[in-house]
Design a protein around this ligand. Structure first.
Ligand code: JHZ
Ligand code: ZN
Length: 422
């Protein structure tokens, strides 16, 4: 099986991000520079460990017009997403989250027997939940390996990047969509104009758009700097999402904060004039203004707190290692790559990373070259401390690994400042 690392070598290109992809403005101020970083999901086969992993600038800027935070570079999307190692169904809390999501949306918008298209449907986990509720669910997924797995499981998936061409084809074959949903994918897409055109081509006149993305305000307030990586081109506020919808001829008519991925926002859109705007929209957007999101201040505070967070995590791990304690990690996550790389932690500091995804096991983390092993390794090896690289699931992980902590093992929660659990 080839990994991203192989395709990256073939296609390795990146460009400087120019105008804001939401509002078109050139006005921008720097936020943070996390240094040259390998690609988050470019996991390394053991026999390629002697090679230098390609690294790319990882820095963000803030649009002074709409407030969108964005990366300064754009990596070729084919290199990042045509073979993808993150499978949604490997994280049990996400399975539960999206099952509730399907139930809520199907119920609220009366979707039984109607067409729902999911953009970035990954391995088809949400499609399955929709199907179980009598919804006609269709996925669009650029990763060939994931689209194949979904189709093999009977979850119909078009293997493509979502744009007006893919959308037009679906419309001709299946009719207009009562809902187009997109979770944890909008931030991955450079060409948002293409997405808006696709939505316009596909959405039925009364259709709704439901989008979930990590929320900028949570990222800043909880110092979630590790959620910055090359796959995440954009870091959205509700105001930026409202402006984006407006640009495509859609109204943002409802918003909801959700707790997944360290704090996300779910936004609902419809064709302009179709639905009454809920007061929650204005409340959230005025909250953003009150938090100063239209100024540099919270971004400056964030950048200072990131430096402190790195310092304290490094000191904690170096102190544990100097007493001979063994340290492992849990979750070969995309954000773990940013964290390990930015904090300068390598395979002398962290012995192995345990992860539940079979596709990731046996490979090495990019740059840091830490071996990835099944979760059971934590129980068989019993390292004294385990760094939570999937800290967004801390509660569920602590409950599940009670035998580990009962025997004296401890977790390190790195965000916002390193602390020991339980
Ligand atoms: P998780 C993901 O980021 C994926 P990542 C993606 N890049 C994105 O956009 C953001 O979310 C928002 C493992 N795991 O979800 C499984 C365990 O081993 O925080 C996965 O490899 N044991 C599209 O990559 C990884 O962690 C567990 O108990 O930062 C998932 O981590 C659990 C719960 C997970 O992903
Ligand atoms: Zn902008």
């Amino acid at each position: 099986m080839s990994t991203n690392a192989a395709s990256v070598e073939r296609l390795l290109t990146f460009e400087l991000a120019t105008a804001c992809r939401v509002c078109g403005s050139d006005g921008a101020t720097p936020v943070i520079d996390l240094g040259a970083t390998p690609l988050a999901n470019a996991l390394v086969p053991v026999d390629a460990a002697f090679r230098e992993d390609p690294r790319f600038p990882l820095a963000t800027i803030r649009c002074t017009d709409c407030g969108l935070m964005r990366l300064t570079v754009v990596i070729d999307h084919e290199a990042l997403f045509t073979h993808y190692l993150y499978a949604t169904s490997a994280s049990r809390p996400m399975v539960a989250h999206f099952d509730r999501y399907a139930a809520d949306i199907a119920d609220r918008f009366a979707l039984r027997d109607r067409l729902v298209v999911e953009v970035g449907s990954n391995d088809g986990m949400l499609l399955r939940s929709f199907k179980q509720r009598g919804v006609r669910a269709l996925g669009v997924e650029p990763a060939t390996n994931l689209a194949r797995a979904a189709n093999d499981a009977g979850l119909e998936t078009v293997n493509a990047f979502f744009d007006s061409e893919a959308a037009g084809q679906i419309r001709r074959g299946h009719g207009g969509a009562a809902a187009v949903v997109a979770n944890n994918v909008l931030a991955h897409i450079d060409d948002l104009r293409g997405v808006l055109n696709g939505l316009d081509a596909l959405l039925a006149p009364d259709g709704v758009i439901v989008i979930e993305v990590p929320y900028l305000l949570d990222l800043l307030e909880h110092v979630e700097y590790d959620t910055i990586y090359h796959e995440h081109l954009s870091y959205f506020s509700a105001e930026a999402l409202r402006r984006l919808f407006e640009r495509g001829g859609f109204d943002l008519f409802d918003v909801e904060r959700v707790s997944v991925h360290g704090g996300s926002v779910r936004v609902y859109g419809a064709r302009a004039g179709q639905r009454r705007r809920h007061e929650r929209v204005d409340q959230l957007i005025s909250g953003e203004r009150a938090a100063g999101l239209d100024s540099d201040r919270p971004f400056r505070v964030f950048a200072e707190r990131v430096v402190q967070s790195r310092k304290e995590l490094r000191e904690m791990i170096k102190a544990l290692r100097s007493t001979g304690d063994r340290v492992a990690a849990l979750g070969a996550t995309a954000k773990g790559n940013t964290l390990l790389n930015y904090c300068g932690l390598g395979n002398d500091d962290v012995e192995f990373v345990a992860d539940s995804t079979p596709m990731k096991q046996g490979l090495l983390t990019p740059g840091s070259h830490i071996p990835i092993r099944p979760e059971s390794a934590l129980l068989s090896e019993r390292p004294g401390h385990t760094l939570l690289l999937a800290w967004n699931y801390a509660e569920e992980i602590l409950a599940r690994f009670r035998p580990y902590t009962a025997a004296g093992g401890r977790f390190i929660h790195p965000i916002p400042l390193a602390r020991i659990l339980p």
